[in-house]
Design a binder for this molecule. Structure first.
Ligand code: RIB
Ligand code: CA
Length: 313
């Protein structure tokens, strides 16, 4: 069993990752969820996180964090996720409690109070986590692993070379990648293979209320993905959680990874470097392949588990 903290910017794929994590309480004890500006503004992504947790009747502490990157201006992604940041489903009205403290303080308190080491699923720009490591460096020895969605060693989706989560805040990413904490990096090399089909999305809409909600959200996301040339829909962030549940469905290799932070076409490039001899420097497991059918199966089964157990409104 892992004690888990999730940092996110919902975001359709963030939402699917949260749902899947919530479906496995015996393996993942979720200590809390934090939000950061990314796909949309902090206000909107936090509202989206509240909606998901309220829909699940969850009792998971939630805190909001940084509005935007450490030193740059936030560049959201409405073209991918819509103006709300998670278009496609009407969650109705209602609220969900938000912790009074900032996400960085919230993360620090949860980590230090936990009786064991904590795993972090990082599904967004790494601004909150970079600040956590800078302000409270003592947390490093209590973090067993950061399983993140971000980067890539073969191509980008924000520019030719760079992936959105890293591009938005490359300085934060460099702080996290060079922290020495073991990292599992689900970059675009693997996440663009981790896709669900239109038929799988349609089938969700014939099931229970949580599967139907996911199906409606993914119907929007599927249509939106067509503008980027996707036939099936890559559930990028879900890879970071799926790895924690079933690492065997992935294949990867250990590299030393750093981030290019200067302005220009390489801003946010995650470059892997095998020339560094010492294994201790290869602190990043870069995932490069996934059993797509098993990935989709884990996701669909998770929704079925939630439908069987969650509150019915
Ligand atoms: O590049 C994909 C990443 O950017 C995902 O985390 C998605 O939610 C967006 O934040
Ligand atoms: Ca995300």
């Amino acid at each position: 069993m892992r004690y888990l903290l999730i940092d996110c910017d919902p975001g359709h794929d963030d939402a699917m990752a949260i749902l899947t994590a919530c479906a496995h309480p015996e393996e993942l004890k979720i200590l809390g969820i934090t939000t950061v500006g990314g796909n949309q503004t902090l206000k909107r992504v936090t509202e989206n996180a509240k909606n998901i947790l309220r829909f699940l009747c969850a009792d998971i502490p939630l805190a909001s964090g940084q509005e935007g990157p450490l030193v740059r201006r936030l560049q959201a992604a409405p073209e991918a996720h819509g103006d709300s940041g998670m278009d496609g489903f009407d969650f109705g009205t209602g609220d969900y409690p938000l912790a009074s403290e900032h996400a960085v303080t919230f993360l620090y308190e949860k980590i230090m109070a936990c009786p064991e080491k904590v795993t972090i699923a990082a599904l967004a720009p790494l601004t909150n986590l970079a600040l956590l490591l800078k302000v409270f460096p003592e947390v490093k020895e209590k973090i067993s692993c950061i399983s993140m969605m971000g980067g890539g060693i073969s191509h980008g989706n924000c520019t030719e070379l760079t992936e959105f989560n890293i591009y938005v805040d490359p300085e934060a990413a460099q702080i996290v990648f060079t922290s020495g904490i073991p990292i599992v990096m689900a970059g675009l090399d693997v996440t663009e293979k981790a896709a669900v089909t239109a038929e799988e999305i349609e089938s969700l809409k014939t099931k229970g209320r949580i599967s139907r909600m996911a199906g409606e959200l993914l119907t929007f996301y599927h249509e939106s993905g067509k503008q980027f040339g996707f036939v099936d829909s890559p559930i990028h962030d879900l890879c970071a959680v799926a790895y924690l549940l079933e690492p065997g469905m992935f294949r990867g290799e250990r590299w030393h990874v750093e981030v290019s932070t200067e302005d220009g076409p390489a801003r946010g490039l995650t470059y892997a470097d095998k020339r560094l001899a010492g294994n201790e420097q290869k602190n990043v497991l870069v995932l490069e392949d996934v059993d797509r059918d098993r990935f989709a199966g884990l996701f669909i089964e998770a929704l079925e588990r939630l439908d069987a157990s969650a509150c019915s409104r």
